[in-house]
Design a protein around this ligand. Sequence first.
Ligand SMILES: Nc1ncnc2c1ncn2[C@@H]1O[C@H](COP(=O)(O)OP(=O)(O)O)[C@@H](O)[C@H]1O
Ligand SMILES: [Mg+2]
Length: 306
Amino acid sequence: MIDAENLTRRFGDLTAVDNLTLHVDEGEVFGFLGPNGAGKTTTIRMLACLISKTSGTAKIGDYEIGNKADQPKIRGMIGLVPDNVGLYEELSAYENLDLYGRYYKVDESKRKERIEYFLKLLGLWDKKDLAAGTFSKGMKQKLAIARALIHDPKVLFMDEPTANLDPEASKTIRGFILDMKKQKKTIFLNTHNLDEAQRICDRIAILNTRLMALGTPAELERSVSGRKTVVQLERVNDAIISAVKKVATGGVEVDEGNKLIIGVGNPEKENPDIMSAIGAAGGRIQFVTEASSTLEDVYLKLVRSE
Ligand SMILES: Nc1ncnc2c1ncn2[C@@H]1O[C@H](COP(=O)(O)OP(=O)(O)O)[C@@H](O)[C@H]1O
Ligand SMILES: [Mg+2]
């Protein structure tokens, strides 16, 4: 649904986005993660046809950004929740949405239906006649989301939609993103919130001007340290450790006195033998879990290695 090939944007001497290549599938929630100044907003602006690219190509569906004839098609296919919400403060919530609906030439009955649907879904229906300027940050953000969806776009770009929101409002918005996923929308989510990305994204790209990594949250976590099996025992002793070392492909560490952290190349294959070896050496197993580095470890490693 979104295909970028070597997409690049320079501002004078500064390269904001450098040779970005990525593909986002239809119906995917795609997290675009990176520190401030990484080029996330610039990428969204290029993909949403708000600014031109310097080089490379990108397509939304079958339409090419930068190709004049395709721009109206792309605009109709995408919705954007920008980083600065930008509502008409003196207009009511309803009027803000209605204005956008007209702008996108959504006919009146559809407009009414969608405005009501989204305002109810986002818990703003009883505030529909209040001026947007009187809304809290969270309410404005929700209204900006409804606005981005008024013409029923296939692809929704969201630029840090939960930045500066309290946990409750952030949670509503995350829930809403997952609702949109169920409706087969493709969601491109800029965020610097790792926890959020991990919870709701199917795949995550880490950007720092260049693409640093791309994969599912689990793939990214494994990419840094390899897979590890953690076995909690009643007691650990040297006989158990040496028995494990004979069958595990990676190293063995002891943690908190009674936990073995075992490096495994292929846990599905190695774990049964490891458990048998522990049993044969007289070890009594309490818990077995898989440990991996957190997304935060991966992120910090990649972003700091620059
Ligand atoms: N219109 C612009 N003119 C000059 N530099 C810009 C402009 N927009 C963004 N930049 C620069 O491009 C880099 C990436 O910015 P941005 O895409 O906003 O990053 P992010 O959204 O990841 O924080 C930054 O160094 C920023 O200062
Ligand atoms: Mg930004």
